[in-house]
Design a protein around this ligand. Structure first.
Ligand code: DC
Length: 225
């Protein structure tokens, strides 16, 4: 079974997708991390973020792998071409670079093929922007998770404070609005809800409430325990 969770930056997708995967015993795939890893690699190799062909070649050639920390059942580390980029993919520079990199159709095709290959083999909770619309249009459960921009910025600031990285609220809010705009208006696979997606607005819902709602949807599909 595939559970597709799409939505804008900061809507709580990662936290919720991981909790759903843990409860159901599914694997977890963070497709945003894959686009971020390609952006890091492009930066390191000094490939221009406008060079569709070179970026695509890189995405096809340099294997992306996920790794586990000890005692963790879900992957939280990511490697590209054998190099760990777990922390680097979250820096402000890559926050900016990932939008133009992920807007290239050729890059998307390369990564979507890898995502489909993984999903063919196991039960997965997959989070991203185009999972229910493009990557797995036949996913058994599709969720489009949203929250107001201010609430998303507040959550991201709190998360950053915990990780001891920049948590300037105004900068984070501006970045969220910029990325929403870019991801929603790009030509290829823009951020949008699939017609058959369940829309969940998490602005005033707790994480547990959202998680349980999705778990119930999955269990209703074929009587999963
Ligand atoms: O979920 P995230 O913020 O880590 O995603 C990083 C960027 O990657 C986001 O700005 C849009 C892009 N992305 C995408 O285009 N398609 C996906 N399936 C996942 C992410």
């Amino acid at each position: 079974m595939i559970i597709a969770i799409d939505g804008p930056a900061g809507s709580g997708k990662s936290t919720i997708a991981k909790m759903v995967a843990q409860i159901l015993g599914f694997r977890y795939l963070d497709t945003g991390a894959m686009y971020r890893a390609v952006a890091v690699r492009a930066r390191d190799l000094e490939v221009s973020y406008d060079d569709s062909e070179a970026l695509c070649e890189l995405a096809e050639r340099d294997a992306i792998e996920f790794g586990f920390n000890e005692n963790e059942s879900l992957p939280s580390r990511i490697f590209i071409a054998g190099k760990e980029v777990t922390d680097e993919i979250r820096c402000a520079q890559i926050d900016k670079a990932v939008s133009p990199v992920s807007a290239h159709q050729a890059v998307r095709e390369a990564l979507v093929a890898q995502q489909r290959e993984l999903g063919r083999r196991d039960d997965y909770v997959v989070e991203g922007r185009d999972i229910g619309t493009v990557v797995f249009p036949d996913a058994e459960v599709k969720v489009f998770l949203t929250a107001g921009a201010e609430e998303r910025a507040r959550r991201r600031a709190a998360q950053n404070r915990e990780r001891e990285i920049d948590f300037d609220y105004d900068r984070i809010l501006a970045d969220i609005i910029r990325r929403d705009d870019y991801d929603t208006n790009r030509l290829h696979s823009p951020l949008m809800a699939a017609e058959d997606a369940h829309l969940i607005d998490s602005t005033i819902m707790t994480i547990d409430h959202v998680t349980n709602t999705i778990v119930d949807l999955a269990r209703a599909v074929d009587g999963l325990e």
